[in-house]
Design a protein around this ligand. Structure first.
Ligand SMILES: [Zn+2]
Ligand SMILES: [Zn+2]
Length: 102
């Protein structure tokens, strides 16, 4: 988040631009409105739903764990639109899940 250089209030998102809710300051360009959170790389990604029906497409991918050559594949856009999207592969055999960032 960013603060108003004039009065110090936290900038709010207005229609198309960020601006100060207290004074008339309008930010020029892009303002980071996100609260920064730590990204925990080691957190396993839960992907298989309870019914066990995995609707993700299967693609060619060599599992580093068991050597199987097929994996479920999907892409997840991280919260902010300008962040790189992450690709996920899950081995069809051993369910080993691998995240690949661009
Ligand atoms: Zn202000
Ligand atoms: Zn595997």
């Amino acid at each position: 988040m960013e603060f108003c250089p004039k009065c110090g209030a936290i900038l709010m998102m207005k229609k198309t631009k960020a601006g100060c809710p207290r004074c008339s300051y309008v930010a020029k360009g892009k303002v980071d409105m996100e609260m920064k959170e730590e990204v925990h790389e080691a957190v396993p990604v839960a992907v298989v739903d309870e019914k066990g029906s995995n609707v993700n497409p299967i693609t060619d991918w060599v599992c580093r764990k068991c050597g199987a050559k097929r994996a479920y594949f999907w892409i997840r856009q991280m919260r902010a639109g300008d962040e790189a999207e992450s690709k996920f592969y899950q081995c069809v055999k051993c369910k080993n899940t691998c995240r690949v960032d661009d």
